[in-house]
Design a protein around this ligand. Sequence first.
Ligand code: SAM
Length: 507
Amino acid sequence: MSPAPRRPGRAGGDHRDDRRDRRDRADGTASRDARRPAVREQATPRRIAFDVVHAVSAEDAYANLVLPQRLRRASLHGADAAFATELAYGTLRRRGFYDAVIREASGRDLDAIDPAALDLLCLGAHQLLGMSTPVHAAVDETVGLTRPLGLARATGFVNAVMRRISERTAPEWAARLLRGVDDPDERLAIATAHPVWVVVALRAALEREGRGGELEALLESDNVPARVTLAALPGLAQPGDLGEEVDPTPYSPLGRRAASGDPGDDPAVAAGRVRVQDEGSQLAALALSRARPVAAGERWLDLCAGPGGKAALLAAEARAGGARFTANEVVPARAGLVQRALAAVDPAVEVRTADGRDIGRTDRHGFDRILLDAPCTGLGALRRRPEARWRKRPDDVPELAALQAELLDAALDALAPGGLLAYVTCSPHPDETTGVVDRVLDARPEVVRVDTAAVLAGVTRAPLDLGSLDGAVQLWPHRHGTDAMFIQLLTVPAAPPSAPAADSLGA
Ligand SMILES: C[S@@+](CC[C@H](N)C(=O)[O-])C[C@H]1O[C@@H](n2cnc3c(N)ncnc32)[C@H](O)[C@@H]1O
């Protein structure tokens, strides 16, 4: 039995860009379903969590955009905000598992359950099976939300299913769902709440390094919220400015683990001098900027820059070294986010809005360093994108891999001889990482893989325990505590100086 019977955005079926535009327009306003009373009337943590989960399932919204806005509008802070966050994100992460439990407990197909009642039951299931909420509170509070949500007719059903779910623990439900399932990937998919195709892809990614035995640890780590890490932008802030009480990140020389509370309350974060940024993303940017000393006047490009996290770090590094930095992003709304991210570093940085596949034609050999942080499935960042695993589809992979290869080809055309290019994804999927690099380099024998592990060894605070991957670096959440970033540095050697003509030697 697959634990992925549904996916966010049942109203969807539309094109990827249309969905993204709709989410950009929605900018986190979430459920505009007229049947649901406005959130102000019921701004409890559980009601907010419901609104977030329902916005994801009914409107294909992004939880990490909707939730902060909901919390702000309801003025929810501290323990209440933490409860709403864990309830919404935990439910979304384990959605496939809870759907399967509800199907079993109710004896009904999911399609036969009112979608809002199903969302409410998933939230209730997470309180019972994934949080330590007392049974009476989980059941009473879930049932108590049916009327305010316009689900009065489902009250008896919700009550009965909640009581049925409460009769077993999470491991007992897992054992029940696993009865008769023999395939090891399917079993892991059910037990860790991942779609089977994601389990298969992650197994293949680990097996490239001979680390298939770590699969379960990796899948479990996807269900643990990522610790918030901060990066002090060079020249604008010092890691020490982040306070003595926060731990340095183990690897990034710029990073600190954030103290509890909202990092946005820190004035340096609010001013953009310190950024909330995964440690793996910091390392991806630093691999490019610190691979070799910066020569004044170098031209740097971030080809796919939105929303601008790595661009801000690279722009700060470029400024410190006297290089000129340009950012590019194809989606106008995201190019605006890049502009905002760069404002604190250098408001004069050029931000272009163009299709990166054209860069080889418009700027042939135009840049000395290029970051290609390619659009990808994001399978390496499932900890911080709670609903993403259910949103992605296996057929997203070939479509993205084709785009990644085109972007890499164009970026190599835009690289000056002797320049450096970092091909980066926040997915470890072999088809999006080594597969793309292999394919593009097969047709370009002049391109050389730089030993990226050796470069990072000169950058990190502590040595990274890395697998062997033909010069590339693959970070892992369960191993390094970072997103699963893939980083491959490439170069096109400068042509050797041509031999002087014979007559100029006076022969
Ligand atoms: C993985 S994200 C980049 C994240 C960014 N480097 C950061 O650290 O904040 C990939 C970006 O590429 C953009 N993109 C997708 N297709 C593109 C194209 N053909 N040309 C340029 N950018 C593109 C997406 O809109 C997205 O913003």
